[in-house]
Design a protein around this ligand. Structure first.
Ligand code: G3I
Length: 517
């Protein structure tokens, strides 16, 4: 099946259509944004790996020029967040309105993007008249709806979420007007109707909480296995991937994707975002970054994973805060459209090497991954003449990190007495001989942070997922006068190693972890 865009003859956009068509062909799988960006876009990087990278969007967002510019340049695929849903496209039986959806397909054509159609049959955002139908009429209403919409967008929608969210969390079928009228057969009937209307579109069943192995993804697996056995036209499974750092990363996501791929199906990550409890801080954003990177890693590792769509790219237009009060910050860019740490993590996971050639050519030795610092207090005496931080670094990224490029700062105040210091490394599994340390006077001294212990490395590489192990460090003033550590910025009292956002980490001089005082 071709994913190359075709255009409806009744709305001829003229010359740009030909240009877009050529770009789409050249970019292969997923088209390519017509962009003059100076660095590879997320979609460029994904395309180099045979995948697309897309974003959801919604009509009210498009007049935001800065938003639309990035949507059109960074992403190779878009999904309408609302405008192809049943309540918008057929609010009254038999009266179709595709105006809002057409705005989305027009935008995509102007920017050389493919479109995932979302969604034909769903229990939500369903106009009241569907639920009020006698059960004997539901099948006809459903197939009429699918036929009209999939026919209208034939050639413009590369893939359809034909059926959305058919399961409850325990893997039983969700009740809906469709299930109530037809039982689970509504799914096969919907897929057949969509295939008849647009034989070239890729047809998906899409759901959330099916990213990892569990009861719900087992149910999806059993359903799609049965459908394939019955010869029902089905091309893929959509994993929405609305993740939350407080609930952990999906269990065995890559293996779960692979088992669907092994059935001969495509897999798509269709609605990725990673929310957290607000306020966001450096530690939460680092965890979020690692979740995004792990999703990219899983998709890259599974050949039949065709691409990733984020459920809008900016916190400015996220669905999360209104649905989960107190949660948010779920997207790759912040409210001001500035990229967040997760954006860099996704780039790195996609193989960015800083060149503008669509990926890592090994030419510069790779890019830094994402590091985090862990800390524990190695002494309980906060008023004596020594400070004893225990530190560890963990590579939470997907690229190896060259340790000589890394420095770590433990911030403290010298209090009264001498302003010169000595420092020591007492023990580390990587060997104290590879660890450098010195005390530096802060250029902008703050209360509790007029100095920092700067830790560096003479050699070594930290592989993705690897940790340095603990570094037992110690410092004192040359006159051995006492400190008052209790108000020191980086000081804590925890006896176990824990993520430490007040210990800052730099790669090549750029802050990659923590918050400076
Ligand atoms: O259009 C009305 C507007 O007229 C009214 O003034 C306003 C007042 O609240 O509501 C507007 O409708 C909102 C609609 O989005 C369009 O913005 C609805 O209230 C709001 O509930 C709806 O939320 C959408 C949600 O689906 C509904 O379930 C989100 O934007 C959309 O991002 C979200 O997307 C879903 C996927 O389709 C399926 N997977 C989960 C995902 C997140 O919930």
């Amino acid at each position: 099946m071709s994913l190359v865009k075709r255009c409806r003859p009744h709305r001829s956009p003229g010359l740009p259509v030909l240009v877009v068509g050529a770009l789409a062909l050249a970019a292969g799988l997923a088209g390519g944004p017509a962009s003059a960006a100076s660095q590879d876009t997320l979609h460029d990087l994904a395309s180099a790996q045979g995948k697309y990278f897309g974003s959801a969007t919604d009509n009210p967002e498009l007049p935001d020029a800065a938003y639309a510019a990035k949507l059109g340049s960074e992403f190779g695929q878009i999904t309408p967040g609302n405008s192809m849903k049943w309540d918008t496209t057929e609010p009254t039986r038999g009266r179709f309105d595709f105006a809002k959806g057409d705005v989305i397909t027009d935008f995509a054509q102007e920017h050389g993007q493919t479109v995932r159609g979302h969604t034909l049959v769903w229990h939500s955002q369903l106009p009241g008249w569907v639920g009020a139908l006698p059960s004997t009429e539901v099948e006809t209403a459903m197939t009429d709806h699918i036929t009209a919409e999939a026919t209208h967008y034939r050639g413009e929608v590369a893939a359809w979420d034909v059926v959305n969210e058919p399961f409850n969390e325990d893997g039983t079928f969700r009740t809906s007007p469709f299930y109530n009228a037809m039982g689970k057969d509504y799914i096969a009937k919907a897929l057949r109707a969509a295939h008849a209307a647009d034989p070239d579109a890729k047809l998906y069943i899409n759901d959330y909480n099916v990213e990892g192995k569990g009861a719900k993804s087992d149910a999806m697996y059993n359903l799609v296995s049965d459908l394939l056995d019955e010869g029902v036209p089905l091309d893929g499974v959509g994993m929405q991937a609305h993740l939350a750092i407080q609930y952990g990363f999906p269990y065995q996501m890559q293996a779960n994707m692979q088992r669907f791929a092994d059935l001969g199906l495509d897999v798509a990550v269709t609605e990725l975002d990673v929310r957290m409890q607000l306020p966001a801080d450096a530690a939460k954003l680092a965890t979020q970054s690692s979740y995004y990177a792990q999703v990219v890693d899983a998709c890259l590792a599974v050949e039949r994973c065709v691409g990733i769509t984020v459920w809008d790219y900016t916190d400015k237009y996220s669905w999360v805060p209104s649905t989960f009060p107190g949660e948010g910050a779920a997207n790759l860019y912040d409210d001001g459209l500035a990229p967040k740490p997760a954006y860099a993590a996704v780039r790195t996971a996609l193989g960015d090497d800083g060149d503008d050639d669509g990926g890592d050519d090994g030419g510069d030795g790779g890019t830094p991954g994402t590091l985090k610092a862990l800390y524990r207090a190695n002494d309980t005496a906060a008023g004596d003449n020594q400070i004893k931080p225990g530190l560890q670094l963990v590579n939470t990224g997907t690229a190896p990190v060259s340790l000589p490029a890394v420095t770590v700062r433990y911030w403290f105040s010298g209090d009264n007495g001498a302003t010169t210091y000595g420092s020591w490394c007492d023990w580390s599994p990587i060997g104290c001989s590879t660890i450098t340390h010195r005390v530096v006077a802060a250029s902008s001294p703050k209360s509790g942070a007029d100095h920092y212990l700067e830790v560096g490395f003479t050699g070594g590489t930290l592989a993705p997922g690897a940790a340095t192990g603990e570094m037992q460090l110690r410092l004192s003033k040359t006159d051995w006068s006492n400190f008052n550590e209790s108000d020191d910025y980086s000081h804590g009292t925890g006896a176990s190693y824990a993520d430490a956002s007040k210990v800052t980490v730099y790669v090549g001089g750029a802050l990659v972890w923590g918050i400076e005082p």
